[in-house]
Design a protein around this ligand. Structure first.
Ligand code: SF4
Length: 364
């Protein structure tokens, strides 16, 4: 992934972002055509596999336990339900599934083992699998990579200067470390931001500067507009104009010509013309389905109609990278072996005691 060598300083990025809109879109569209098929837009689905009850305090997030929102907390979905949802998403045209869990960080427990199984199963469906599970260490990243994870999402959200205005329970540096751990494990990185949280334009380009200074910028950069949810600290934030989304998409496209720029949350507040300009300016992915984790999103049918009108075609899975090979996970294999052994012992004990059933012990 490369950075456009024409833009290196914050001042240059600010000048770019503030260019007359149609000139900015034209420059972005010209670059987009050099590196991407301008008709292809990937349909991705975002599935909340564990909802709510998060200990963090991200000011935009209705899943934080400390805010009083309508989000109901749910424990981790079963592997079977995730497979069913993935099949539905694929049948509706999605070639990528992003699974989100409202965790502060990944813990080495049965829930994480289940997520590893989910990754293996969805990769077997020939879909790109992305996970967003909070902070993770390098060993956990390696397990996900070996399971067949294509991308890890961990957004920087905004500039380092503005970050603390929205989140206090972890540092910008923590985010960078997790991105680094995913990178070291050989997983592609999906990381982007949210505009409309009260930040200045300097913070928007400050976010892009953070990616510019990475050794390898993210392969995937989602651009979100804040969806102000009642009960969160940002509930009264005025919605941003769609022109700002177009500017942000175009600037991102120009600065990172090879990355996939994803038009993500906030599309319900945009009309088709606004979205069309985003596609022209280099967005080549949308999230499909009526929910984005817990916030509203256009329905599949509305998006299909938009694709027909604009002449867009859904992008196939693994157009931007090879399909990872899922390998057996040693921890899960060892657990299954233990469970099988225990089941055998129980059966033998039952026979030896003429039908009396010994106490069952669940192997963790
Ligand atoms: S954005 Fe993620 S980490 Fe932050 S409160 Fe929501 S679920 Fe938790």
């Amino acid at each position: 992934m490369k950075v456009n060598p024409q833009y290196q300083t914050k001042e240059q990025l600010l000048e770019l972002y503030n260019k007359p809109l149609l000139e900015l879109v034209f420059e972005a569209a010209s670059i987009h055509r050099q590196y991407h098929n301008p008709r292809e837009v990937q349909m991705s689905s975002l599935l909340s596999i564990k909802t709510g009850g998060c200990p963090e305090d991200c000011g935009y997030c209705p899943q934080a336990a400390r805010y009083h929102t309508d989000v109901e907390a749910h424990k981790l979905m079963s592997v079977e339900s995730v497979i069913e949802q993935a099949k539905n998403a694929k049948a509706n045209g999605s070639s990528r599934l992003c699974m989100g869990a409202a965790w502060r960080e990944v813990r080495d427990n049965k829930d994480f083992d289940n997520v590893v199984e989910m990754v293996q199963a969805v990769n077997d469906l020939d879909m790109e699998v992305c996970c967003t599970l909070g902070m993770l260490n390098e060993e956990q990243a390696v397990r996900l990579k070996n399971a067949g994870l294509f991308a890890y999402n961990h957004n920087l959200d905004s500039s380092p200067e503005f970050y603390g205005d929205v989140i206090s329970t972890r540092e910008y540096e923590d985010r960078l470390n997790t991105i680094d751990n995913a990178r070291k494990a050989g997983i592609t990185v999906c990381s982007g931001g949210i505009i409309g949280m009260g930040e200045a334009v300097e913070d928007r380009v400050g976010l892009l500067m953070s990616y510019m200074t990475m050794e390898t910028p993210p392969e995937s950069i989602p651009i979100n507009a804040l969806v102000a949810v009642e009960g969160t600290p940002l509930e009264n934030q005025k919605p941003i104009e769609q022109w700002e989304m177009i500017r942000m998409v175009a600037t991102t496209r120009i600065v990172f010509p090879e990355s996939v720029v994803r038009l993500s949350a906030g599309r319900t507040k945009m009309n088709m013309e606004g979205q069309a300009l985003c596609f022209m300016a280099g967005a080549s992915s949308i999230f499909a389905g009526d929910k984005l984790l817990t916030t509203p999103n256009p329905e599949f049918n509305e998006d299909k109609e938009m694709f027909d009108i604009l002449g867009l075609i859904p992008k196939a899975a693994f157009a931007d990278g090879e399909k990872p090979v899922s390998q057996p996970d040693p921890i899960i294999e060892a657990r299954k072996e233990k469970e099988a052994l225990r089941a055998k012992e129980l059966e033998e004990a039952k026979c030896a005691s003429h039908g009396f059933e010994p106490r069952k012990i669940v192997v963790e």
